[in-house]
Design a protein around this ligand. Structure first.
Ligand SMILES: C[S@@+](CC[C@H](N)C(=O)[O-])C[C@H]1O[C@@H](n2cnc3c(N)ncnc32)[C@H](O)[C@@H]1O
Length: 201
């Protein structure tokens, strides 16, 4: 069982996680023109904490995660989202193949768990239609102290925005913009800012 399978049952119990997911969803809604014709991919959707705020604004969301337990919880949660159109995909994002060309890819706090960012950005570019967007939220560069329960499965201690811009542009993205989405204030008296990276292909 993976780290996330083990955490799935108690994942939604954290007030701070729920607050973060809401803040990221609000930042996406404010900065990306969503429409009822759109089919989005939420990668690393987890239990759907962020997904649920976007479902009323688009046609369909494919929620992808490699943790079957997180997806089980998402399926249970989605029953309370008023008939929202959500389909679940159990897959590693790097291995995911789809016939659908998505209008946009959204994500909340999952990119730092992906080791090979070059392959990730290539994958984003193949999954999107022309003029599609990415709206990816994650941590600014940190020193490894963000995760209270250790860094197993954490491949990046946050990100330098310049590195992400380079990876995006090398893979065909344009108009790369970073927007402040949230700041974690932790008991260790440190602040961990979270960005929303938006770009178009
Ligand atoms: C920190 S959680 C975020 C969950 C959710 N987006 C949220 O905001 O509550 C990261 C999620 O990414 C998933 N994940 C990590 N690596 C993945 C991969 N390679 N492919 C698909 N999902 C992955 C984990 O299973 C987990 O559900």
């Amino acid at each position: 069982m993976s780290r996330f399978d083990q955490k799935a049952k108690e994942w939604d119990g954290s007030e701070r996680r729920r607050e973060l997911a809401l803040s990221i969803a609000e930042t996406i809604i404010k900065n990306v023109p969503l429409s009822k014709e759109m089919h989005l991919l939420d990668f690393g959707a987890g239990t759907g904490l962020m997904t649920k705020y976007l479902t009323p604004l688009v046609k369909n969301i494919t929620a992808l995660d490699f943790s079957s337990e997180m997806l089980k919880k998402l399926e249970e949660n989605a029953k309370t989202w008023g008939g929202a159109k959500v389909s679940m995909v159990h897959s590693d994002i790097l291995k995911y193949e789809s016939e659908t060309q998505f209008d946009g890819i959204v994500s909340s706090m999952s990119m730092h768990h992906i080791e090979d960012l070059e392959v990730l950005f290539q994958k984003f570019s193949t999954l999107l239609r022309a003029d599609g967007f990415i709206a990816i939220a994650d941590l600014d560069k940190e020193d490894g102290s963000f995760h209270d329960d250790g860094n197993e499965g954490v491949h990046h201690y946050g990100f330098e925005q310049a590195l992400l811009t380079k990876l995006a542009e090398e893979n065909g993205f344009r108009d790369v913009t970073f927007i402040e989405a949230y700041t974690f204030e932790k008991e260790n008296n440190r602040n961990y800012p979270v960005f929303l990276m938006r770009a178009y292909i």
